[in-house]
Design a protein around this ligand. Structure first.
Ligand code: SF4
Length: 138
């Protein structure tokens, strides 16, 4: 399995059309059938990745946070929760789920999470490939 980020990016650019077709298939796939493909190989994929070499997820994704986590993260930033929410958090329109909105994540430094022991549950469980209904989390 290729885990070199620049090689993956090169391959993705080279195979952009194929990836768009694959993405459409994932979107259209039956979630339980998709699980039957992914769950058996998920652990091998997760353990092969050293996040410290890449940290791309923390650079391009937005971690969902609970209301309690918002308060905790605001405290870690030394901000009142309202100020933290206004400057660092957005809310997904349909689900009302809140998430850290800056990219890269404001808590990332030199590919490391500066709040690792206090990071949100979404980060702890990420990439969360080993639970059913994985289609909705990729
Ligand atoms: S809180 Fe930490 S683990 Fe979560 S996205 Fe930010 S840097 Fe990454």
């Amino acid at each position: 399995m290729e885990i070199n980020l620049s090689k993956i990016a090169d391959a993705a650019r080279f195979q952009q059309q194929e990836l768009q077709i694959l993405l459409k298939k994932v979107i259209a796939a039956n979630a339980k059938e998709f699980d039957q493909i992914i769950l058996p190989i998920a652990k091998d994929i997760s353990t092969a990745i050293d996040c410290r070499l890449c940290a791309n997820c923390c650079k391009v994704l937005e971690a969902g946070i609970s209301p309690d986590e918002l308060i905790k993260l605001a405290h870690l930033k030394g901000l009142p929760p309202e100020d933290f929410a206004n400057s660092e958090v957005s809310t997904e329109e349909n689900t009302k789920i809140q998430y850290l909105s800056k990219k890269p994540c404001i808590f990332l430094s030199s590919n490391l999470c500066t709040i690792y022991t206090s990071r949100p549950n979404a980060c702890i469980s990420f990439p969360d490939l080993e639970r059913p209904l994985v289609k909705y989390r990729i």
